[in-house]
Design a protein around this ligand. Structure first.
Ligand code: FAD
Length: 522
């Protein structure tokens, strides 16, 4: 009996070895010299980046029982691009859509997301996103987030399923999530820049923790359960975006200055694979050489003209199509025009940018189209003819360039407003390869144990072109799911550096078998 048990144990040990190579690697004397002998700090969950994805992951993990978490944020402020975003979040939501007469479905959202990205996204990730985004809305509401009753069609999207925060756009999410972090006692350490991911050996074994720089000192943190990278995109990194799309080197950006993609090379250093790095999105902004951005484009309700005062692109076209059409204009510059009725419909932040633009020379206002043209340096008669032709199309319900009926509004009520339409880098669709459990995948297609990523730092979710409103949905949905996933994850990998002895060996075997069985039958 005893003998049988021992044999069973050995077989089990073999199975354990197959699923816990990292535990053995950790005991291996060839463990990389890069692994600290002594760590400065130890937590269970380490999150890189206090933006939408990172904060959501922390709160979701805490709700599921994992609160020993540390969030590292390199900037002196919290929120990243999420905080400065318009906050529009796509999710199928019959309770809001039906009263507005909008028929929608998960399949519709799925198909539009794939098509909008030229079928270059990973369908499994898109499915994960669209199926779980509705629950993310209700989850957010359950922790205090408030959305407007009506959904809307976010600029650059294909359908009215955008949820608008009730208060201060993207900042609303951050306020709610930070309050939750306080509630669960999760520290967010600011001005703490992650500079290294530490793996057992450079390309093998599990990820053990990170090293970060704070106040000129390097500090190591052991993360016994997982490292989640939620460090955002690289829209503000000129060199990185020029490497992947040289046309974008000198463009301005809508992003916060911390969106520099620091974690991408760090993840590559430990074996991670990247995808779609040249899928880089632009939005109307200020042309190269100028610094103040006046976004008049919300809802695509303006018209865009070239230096001859002529329209050259359907203003509610896909973002990448507009980008390419504007970038080939002389000095990569065009102009946007709308009337006071449409101006009244943009949000306060956009209005404030326009008022400031009147002072900086980036926006103009006039009582007639001809006067506006003069101020903007465009040919007055040509611009007047363009506006007249557009208005006639609106009246007839048919636009010459095929603008959607729902975006056809006349330009008729003075004063008229104009602003530069340059291209500003807005979103980076490419990033690290993940699977549907948000585990980071290496260049051989294998999971890097204990390394997860969520949000704009990941690739494969949007394909060649992201639909407006899908990024917030992506960051918060994958953030929510990854937090839960890690909290519920059985401790498949034991920290062999800090524990040893026969009881531990038996624990490894039992927990490994539980994990194996859980995977097949759970
Ligand atoms: P972020 O929110 O950017 O957070 C990443 C954090 O990681 C940052 O705080 C950053 O400082 C930190 N970090 C980076 N490197 C390090 C490091 N080395 N160490 C520690 N911390 C680090 N999408 C929509 O769907 N709807 C919209 O209406 C919308 N509007 C937008 C408007 C603007 C102006 C912008 C710029 C974007 C908008 N987007 C919108 C896109 C969307 O906001 C972003 O894709 C999303 O918020 C990214 O979330 P994230 O959590 O991945 O990254």
């Amino acid at each position: 009996m005893m003998e049988l048990s021992r044999r069973k144990l050995l077989v089990a040990a073999g199975a354990a070895a197959a699923v816990v190579p990292a535990a053995h690697a950790a005991q291996d004397p060839s463990l990389s010299d890069n692994v600290p002998k002594k760590w400065d700090r130890t937590v269970k969950l380490l999150i890189v980046g206090a933006g939408g994805a990172g904060l959501t992951a922390a709160v979701s993990a805490a709700q599921n029982g994992l609160t020993d978490t540390l969030i590292l944020e390199k900037m002196a402020y919290i929120g990243g691009n999420t905080a400065i975003s318009g906050g529009g979040m796509n999710a199928v939501d019959p309770a809001r859509q039906k009263p507005q007469g909008i028929e929608d479905s998960i399949e519709n959202h799925y198909e539009q997301t794939l098509k909008g990205g030229d079928y270059r996204a990973n369908p499994a990730l898109v499915k994960e996103l669209v199926e779980n985004a509705p629950e993310t809305v209700t989850w957010l509401e359950s922790i205090g987030m408030k959305f407007k009753d009506k959904v809307y069609q976010v600029y650059g999207s294909l359908y009215p399923r955008g949820h608008a925060p009730l208060g201060s756009l993207g900042q609303d999410y951050i306020k709610v999530l930070v309050d939750q972090c306080k509630k669960y006692g999760i520290p967010i350490e600011k001005q703490a820049r992650v500079v290294r991911i530490i793996r057992e050996t450079p390309l093998k074994g599990k990820v053990l923790g990170v090293e970060y720089e704070k106040g000129g000192k390097l500090i190591t943190v052991r993360a016994t359960k997982a490292v989640v990278v939620a460090a955002g995109g690289f829209g503000a990194n000129k060199k990185m975006r020029a490497l992947h799309d040289p046309r974008l080197a000198d463009l301005t950006t809508t992003n916060h200055p911390g969106a520099t993609g620091d974690l991408l090379p760090l993840m590559v250093d430990v074996g991670a694979d990247l995808t779609g790095m040249d899928f880089i999105q632009c939005n109307p902004g200020c042309p190269p050489g100028r610094t103040h951005r006046v976004p008049l484009h919300q809802g695509g309700r303006f018209i865009i003209v070239d230096r001859n005062g002529k329209r050259f692109i359907r203003e509610d076209e896909r973002r990448d199509v507009i980008r390419d059409a504007v970038l080939i204009q002389p000095k990569a510059t065009a102009w946007g025009i709308l009337d006071q009725t449409r101006f009244d419909m943009i949000n306060q932040g956009q209005k404030d940018a326009a008022y400031k633009g009147l002072e900086t020379g980036d926006a103009w206002k006039a009582d007639t189209i001809e006067e506006l043209a003069q101020k903007m340096g465009l040919p007055p008669a040509a611009l007047k003819a363009t506006v007249d032709e557009f208005n006639a199309g609106v009246k007839a319900g048919k636009d010459k360039l095929g603008k959607f009926q729902r975006n056809l509004f006349p330009i008729e009520k003075p004063p008229f407003w104009g602003a530069y339409v340059g291209m500003s880098v807005h979103h980076t669709m490419g990033g690290v390869v993940i699977n549907t459990a948000a585990e980071v995948i290496d260049r051989r297609g294998e999971v890097i144990p204990n390394l997860y990523a969520a949000g704009e730092v990941t690739g494969g979710i949007h394909g060649a072109n992201r639909l407006g409103g899908n990024a917030i949905a992506d960051c918060l949905t994958f953030g929510r799911l990854v937090g839960k996933e890690i909290a519920e994850k059985k401790a498949c990998m034991i920290d062999a550096q800090s524990e040893s002895g026969p009881d531990v060996a038996i624990w490894i075997i039992v927990s490994s078998l539980t994990c194996v069985l859980g995977r097949y039958f759970g």
